[in-house]
Design a binder for this molecule. Structure first.
Ligand code: NAP
Length: 290
């Protein structure tokens, strides 16, 4: 499988890493890139990520047989609307957004009769460091990629997307957009919300700087994801609002149960709750290849 031209919209961490991986794997001949600010696109050109800078999303897509939309999820609809007229009937159009129901809804409205070309994707890969400067050709290798095809998605496009991600070393799994959003609310969106909330609860205290200076590896590991990109995460939380709030409620119940046991001195019961969590976490393995 070889693509002639990748139209890359959003030359940040995910998009640039994808372009590098495609080039290194010999899966694409040319990459035309567009980003909101020209400095990003210039950096991508200087780093050899893209071959040509495009002045608009429309021009990045012109002549492309593969299109990757790698922008914050709330920008997806505007981007897809802006390229609708130029997308070829046989092009494969994908995104990498962290939420899928809103992306599918946006794509239906924007791509209309061309919706069949669109394969919604979510690579379970990334870093807390955004931006083109952190692009990494190995970002996707060994990682899971969730595809959430709709009833309109053409089989040929779905097969092409599956082959492409597999060729980049990914494990592909198909899910419905709703099942995807429910699952990632629990294992990704809620943990990010908790990490941000913990940082803010510390920062609200007078001695926060001293406390932070004393923190060790447990704090470092728990809060790593709190350094993530604010626009991206506020977008994700707003677009997966219902699922996230339901998980946040479930979490409060769990937290409250521990608070009650501590308050009432029930150490044995507290021990049992911790043991259950500890065993389950010790047995958990990330389901991908290293
Ligand atoms: P990023 O490094 O900030 O890149 C986003 C890029 O999109 C930036 O280059 C930005 O351009 C560009 N952009 C924003 N609005 C645009 C618009 N209207 N038109 C064209 N370009 C636009 O973020 P990222 O980490 O690559 O995230 C991209 C997507 O991947 C998000 O939807 C996110 O949910 C998803 N995702 C991220 C991760 C992760 O760990 N980072 C993991 C899985 C999925 P400027 O540089 O000019 O501002």
């Amino acid at each position: 499988m070889m693509f002639e031209q990748l139209g890359l919209i959003g030359c940040g961490l995910m998009g640039s890493s994808f372009a590098l991986a495609m080039k290194r794997a010999g899966l694409v001949k040319r990459v035309i890139g567009y980003s909101k600010s020209p400095t990003t696109t210039q950096k991508a050109l200087a780093m050899g990520i893209i071959d040509v800078e495009a002045p608009s999303a429309l021009l990045a897509v012109s002549g492309a047989d593969l299109v990757l939309v790698s922008v914050p999820v709330a920008a997806t609809e505007a981007v897809l609307k802006s390229i609708y007229h130029i997308v070829g009937a046989k092009a494969l159009v994908m995104d990498v957004g962290s939420t899928k129901q809103d992306v599918v809804k946006a794509a239906r409205g924007a791509l209309k009769e061309k919706m069949g070309c669109f394969v919604p994707c979510h690579p379970i890969a990334g870093k807390e460091l955004s931006g083109v400067e952190h692009a990494d050709e190995h970002l996707y290798k060994g990682r899971k990629v969730i595809l959430t095809p709709t009833e309109r998605t053409m089989t040929v496009q779905l097969n092409a997307a599956t082959q492409l991600w597999t060729a980049l070393g990914c494990q592909v799994q198909n899910m419905s957009p709703a099942a995807h959003d429910a699952a990632y609310a629990v294992v990704s969106h809620l943990p990010h919300m908790l990490a941000f909330a913990l940082m803010n609860s510390i920062l609200a205290q007078d001695d926060s700087q001293e406390y932070l200076s004393l923190a060790g590896t447990g704090f470092r590991d728990f809060t790593r994801i709190a350094a993530s990109e604010p626009k991206m995460w506020s977008d994700i939380m707003m677009t997966n609002k219902d699922e996230l709030l339901a998980q946040s409620k479930a979490f409060r119940r769990s937290l409250h149960a521990m608070e009650v046991l501590i308050q009432t001195g029930q150490q044995d019961a507290l021990h049992d709750l911790i043991q259950k969590a500890s065993q389950s976490r010790a047995n958990w393995r990330m389901n991908d290849k290293k």
